[in-house]
Write a new protein. Structure first.
Length: 308
């Protein structure tokens, strides 16, 4: 029983004495917990959702994607109330996670020693940045700390963008708003900005499960961050979220056009479609191929067994 409790504690804390390529976890553990994903993976074990899916996801609204996740039983994937550098610029990418905790002196010393043994350089808050790959989003649980909880400034912001071509989502603070806002292509969703430096915090894990507000986040989840808030999409659902959301968008475009022309009533469009409306929709698709956000093959496959 004691051995089982000890092993459970190791998993929860993210410690593994055999790891040499990562901080406190192994790729085998991550593969086990994300086994629904059947596609390509990074060497660190994270699911590698294709770049094409990430690009298409940029056009998907939070509400559309949220609805798909809810229908699959995922009710804890969203968090709101963010301070955003560029409100109109979305962040989309694969999550590389980091978990911070309030500093405890002897643990901090041992974490630093272990990190150095693993080849980590510089201050702790730079270690996750060194692990970023192109297309990643650095997602950190900074336990909501803003004052003395600023995980990055403009120097580290530039390093993040150089490594990932992307931005950050922090349940914590940042500094140097003016400098960060000048990094072209970079964006940040944080809980606040403050001129203070990071103090009394320690990094407990890289690429471990974390909590961001009311959301559960696993390494490799797809981050969809927009003005509304941040949604974390399990990798194995990313393509389905895209296709279903694209269909909803396509249906809405058709519906709005028909309402403006007075062809159908709001009740007809918002309710379950009749066979006549379905046929009109398919004809409209044929006549408006440029409106298709997906391939016609994907649309046909999705519509095949759909209840309208």
């Amino acid at each position: 029983m004691k051995k089982l409790l000890f092993l459970t504690a190791i998993i929860i804390l993210g410690f593994n004495p055999d790891t040499s390529s990562q901080f406190f976890n192994t790729s085998e553990e991550l593969i086990y917990y994300t086994q629904e994903w059947e596609g390509e993976r990074f060497e660190d074990g994270r699911p590698k959702v294709p770049a094409e899916i990430l690009e298409r996801l940029k056009k998907v609204s939070i509400e559309e994607a949220w609805g798909v996740l809810r229908s699959k039983g995922y009710h804890t994937q969203f968090d709101g109330n963010w301070v955003i550098i560029h409100e109109e610029k979305a962040i989309v990418g694969r999550a590389l996670t980091a978990r911070y905790m309030p500093k405890r002196v002897e643990i901090m010393d041992r974490l630093t020693e272990k990190g150095q043994d693993l080849g980590r350089m510089g201050a702790m808050n730079s270690w996750p940045i060194d692990a970023l790959q192109m297309g990643d989003v650095y997602v950190a649980d900074g336990f909501g700390k803003v004052l003395n909880g600023t995980l990055i400034g403009d120097n580290l912001g530039n390093a993040i963008y150089a490594n990932s071509g992307n931005g950050v989502v922090f349940d914590g603070g940042s500094r140097d708003l003016e400098g960060l806002s000048k990094i072209e292509g970079f964006n940040a969703f944080v809980k606040g900005f403050d001129p203070s430096y990071l103090k009394e915090s320690m990094l407990m894990g890289i690429n471990v499960p974390i909590r961001i507000g009311r959301a559960t986040v696993f390494p490799g989840d797809v981050v969809l961050a927009k003005k509304t808030g941040v949604l974390f999409i399990p990798a194995h659902l990313a393509e389905e979220v895209v296709v279903r959301s694209e269909f909803i968008m396509l249906r809405d475009i058709f519906g709005i056009e028909m309402l403006k022309k007075g062809v159908y009533t709001p009740g007809q469009i918002d309710g379950r479609w009749s066979d006549d409306i379905k046929e009109a929709f398919l004809k409209w698709v044929e006549n408006n191929p440029d409106e298709l956000p997906m391939t016609r093959e994907e649309l046909d496959a999705y519509m095949k067994d759909r209840t309208w």
